[in-house]
Structure formats: structure tokens, C-alpha cells
Design a protein around this ligand. Sequence first.
Ligand code: CA
Length: 619
Amino acid sequence: MKILSKSIIILFLMLTVAHLFAAKISVERIDPPFWWAGMKNNNLQLMVYGSNISDSKPTIDFKGIHLKEVIHVESHNYLFLNIVISEDAIPGTFDIDFKKCNKVAATYQYELKERNQNPNLHKGFDNSDVIYLLMPDRFSNGTPDNDDMPRMLEKANRSNPNGRHGGDIAGINSKLDYLNDLGVTAIWLNPLLENNMPAYSYHGYAVTDLYKIDSRYGTNDDFVKFVENAHSKGLKVIMDMIFNHLGTGYYWKDDLPMQDWYNQWPEFTRSNYRGGTVSDPYASEYDYNKMVKGWFDVTMADLNQDIEFMANFLIQNSIWWIEYSGLDGIRQDTYPYPYKDFMAKWMQRVLEEYPDFNVVGEAWLSQSPAVAYWLNNNTNKDGYKSHLTNVFDFPLMYAISKAFNEDEDWSTGTAQLYEVLSQDYVYSMPDNIVTFADNHDGDRFYTKIDEDINKFKLAMAFMMTTRGIPQIYYGTEILMTGEEHKGHGDIRKDFPGGWADDENNAFTSAGRSDEQNEAFNFLRRLLNWRKSNPAIQFGKLTHYIPENGVYVYFKNYNNSTVMVLLNNTSEIRKVDTKRFSESIGDNTKGRSVLTRQGWDNLDIIEVPAKSPMIIELSK
Ligand code: CA
């Protein structure tokens, strides 16, 4: 009897200890980690992650903060708190107490910051801008000390084309004067958020912490200072975001808040990458589901934005980065892949807080109507309204890649450019389209045009003067080459001179070859002229059917007119300007932007073989 009671006591004690141990409550993190007073939308959803946090009762006692709802989910280690921030809430720090049995078991100090009152922030980008896309790991290594970081799985290895090479924020910061000199006005950075994946982490598209800059690039604070620095030099910053997927190495990988946090399949199922199924009136459910719910890659978990918590999580994350770092714009990856109603809701929330903000969506579709489906204000037959402010012009990119390689004929050569632009009626806002010749996902432009500098000049002159907002891929200005089929590393090579031990420093004219200088100087002149020419930026485009291998168009704005002639043949062309009289108007003189040549009579313009000519007209 005595032995039995002793055993019972021991068992009881063991169970109590086990219970206490199991019930230990802690807070590991809260997302978003802080927020702001005075936002237009006064709702905030906090995602609390910590051991057994679901067993606790959270309380907040702070003027202006109302804990409206506490939501328990499948995993015991999460709580979602719906908070309402009143208009008179003042910035400050308050405790969120997590109580068990009326005792505080854990506390988190939450900060409500004061908003940055600078009226010049969050103004977006427009036709006055030229965007420079760069891959942070491959541009410039300002701090070799951070190439390898203790917690990060992948270490730097410059000899591996698909490995990490060490580029960082400090490096980009040190090249802002180079970018200013080139004449671009905005920088789009491939993703900088933490990608703690064992391989291929350099490209940034498998994020493992949405609230943290990858330590191999720098800190969150470094990024904020970088945006400030860029702004002080007149450069805008566009952040790359991905709402379709996250890296499978995300901290919650073994403990999802709920089973359908990700789109789950019985076995790994890849997306069919057919973005068109989302707008296709005849699409089968089978194809649509595979497109939207299939995973982008084995390392990229497909997010289920149909879940309100996931939707809020992503929406708040983007607003957090805009507010925190003073962004000018966002480039949203794989735009048709997340649920489209969620994307429209997200855009509305962003524009509610920042009415002048711009988001350019990657709707990688080859036909204009398919791209136009995603642009705001488009009248879609299925009733879908995206609220997306900008799209990339993939159809024109394909045309630019072919036009200057081809002989001129009814449907080849510059007729391809003419054809694509003539279909702009499908777009509600054609000026909001971002034009480009190459980006980080395809063959480099100089490779596509057989490394021919004349074709390069024709294409760049076209891109910088036609409608839209031009985007250049880093290194295109120094004629970098690369083929996608050799692996993505080949089209994302290091910018020469970005590393201390590089043989050539192409950031300086002395480090560039004659041909590279010819390309760089051509683009620099074009871009710096474009910066201050409202006719090219905002003018009305009128183009003429290509004739004798010459494509001619005009930009007209108030009383200012620019004439562009692209001679895509291997012979000099004498262009009779009679048929352009409606565009020339009473202008009688001209001056070439590229060569400074002048004309006192515009009747016949001679255009050298395989060359562009850009002429500012005057009376
Ligand atoms: Ca580095």
C-alpha cells in the first residue's frame, strides 16, 4: 500500500512536470514586427508564433489599441490577433501580455511608430523614368565580410555560375553615381529578402523570411539607408516581391499554422506555367487549378491566398516595406499565379494607403490581349478588374528581339514593332506599360542580336523613344552576353569591376573596351537627353507604316515635336518627309539628339545604314 501510494505520487509529479513543460509558453516572433499610427486602414492582424502560444490569453492595455479578436488555428504555436488602431492612437511602445491562469506567461513589446511625414515619398514611377534592373548578388561586392554568414546555409563560391558571388547593398550603394551618370532614374532590385536555401539562393525568389533582408546583402537598416541614399541622388527604388510562393526553408516549414496554408497536393505537382488559363474563357478547371495551385518549383511552396490569414500576412508585409523603407514602387513576380481576386484586393489596399504608388506586374504572356487583362481599368468580359497600375510588355520584348535581325518586309523587321504597338487599343493605359529588351530570365539582348552594335543602337533608340517606361537589364549598357539554355548563371554574370580582384572595371571608361564605351556613351547620351525631354516622356505617339526599311514616328507634346527614324536596312536611306506633314506641322528645322547634326530644311532626311536618328524639330 505504502509502495503503491509512493508510486502514485511519483507518477503524479511526473505528469505535472510533463504538463508544465509541455505548456511552457513563449513568443518567438510577431509579424509584422512593428506597425505605424495614423495609417488609413486602421486594422492590423498580428501573427504570433511561439511555443504553445495558443494556450494563452493575450491582453493589451494601451490607449487607442483595441484587441478585437483572438483567433486560434490548427497549430498550437500560433495565434492571430485582430487589432483596431484608433485614429487618435499615439505612437509608442506597449506590452502584449500572454496570460495563463491569470498570470503573465510571456510578454512582447510592440511598437507603434510614427509615420514618415516626407511628402515626396511613395510617389511611384512614370514615363519620365528609366528603370535599371540589377541582381544584387551579381552587381558589386562592397563588403566581402558578409559573403558567408553563420546562419546561412549556402556559402559564397564565385566559381559556381549558380552559386552566391557576394554582391551586396554596400556594393550597390557605391555604384549609384555610375547609375546616375548613365542616366537611369529608378532601380529595380531582384529580391533582397532572406533566402536561406541550400542552393540557388542567389536569385532571391525563394524567400525564407519576408521581414528580413538577407544578411549576406546587409541588414534591414542598411536597406532603409540605401533607399534614402538613392533618393538623395534622385534615384527611385523598386522592390521585387513574390506573393505566389515562398522558399520551402521558411521558419514555419515543419509547423504550418494550418494545413492549407500552402496549396497541398497528394504528390509534388508543378504549375503548368500557362498564365493564359486565368483569363481564358474556355479553360478547364483542371488546367486552371494546376496553373494557380501547382508549385512553381520543388523549392518554392505555393501559397494559399484564399486563406484570409495568408492574404493579410502578404498584404501587410508589402505595406510594411513601403512604409518602413520609403519605396517608390514594387515589381510583383509571377502575377497571374496567385489567386487573382486576392491580387486585386492587395492592389486596392496598397493604393488606399499610397494613391500615387506604382506596381508593375510580371504577366509573362506573349500576346497583348493576355497582358492587357491584368492592367487596371481594362474592361474584361469576365468582370475582372485588377487595379494593377503597370505591366511589362512581353509582346514588344519578343518583337524587339526579332525586328533588327530580320530583313524588312510586310510582316518582318520593324513591321513587328509597328504591329505590336498598333494593338495597343487593348490596353486601358498603354503609357503605363514597362518596355524592355531583356531581363534576368532570358537571353541577354546583345546575344539575341548577334553582338551587333548597330542593332543595339537601333533597339535602344526605339525603346527610349516609343511609348511606355523603359527598363534596362544591368550590363546591357556594356554589351554583356549570355544564353539562358546554358543555365541562368550565364545570363546573370557578375558585373565586371564589382569585385576588388576583377581584371577590368567596366564601371569606368578606362575599364571598358572601345565597343563597350561606344554602347555606354550612346545610351548615356540618349538617357540623359530623355531625362529632360517631356515630348519623349509624355508626348502623343504617331507612327507611320515602315517603308523602304525605315520606320518613322513622332512624339508630340504641347508645341514640342520629336521625330524618330529607324533605318533597319544595310543601305543609306533618303527619306522624303512629305507623308509626315501632319506630324511635322509648321516645323522647318531640326537637330539630331545623337550626332548634334542640324537641318534648315526637313524635306529629305538622310539616315545612315542600320542606324537610328532622333531629331528635335523647331520652327
Ligand atoms: Ca558581400
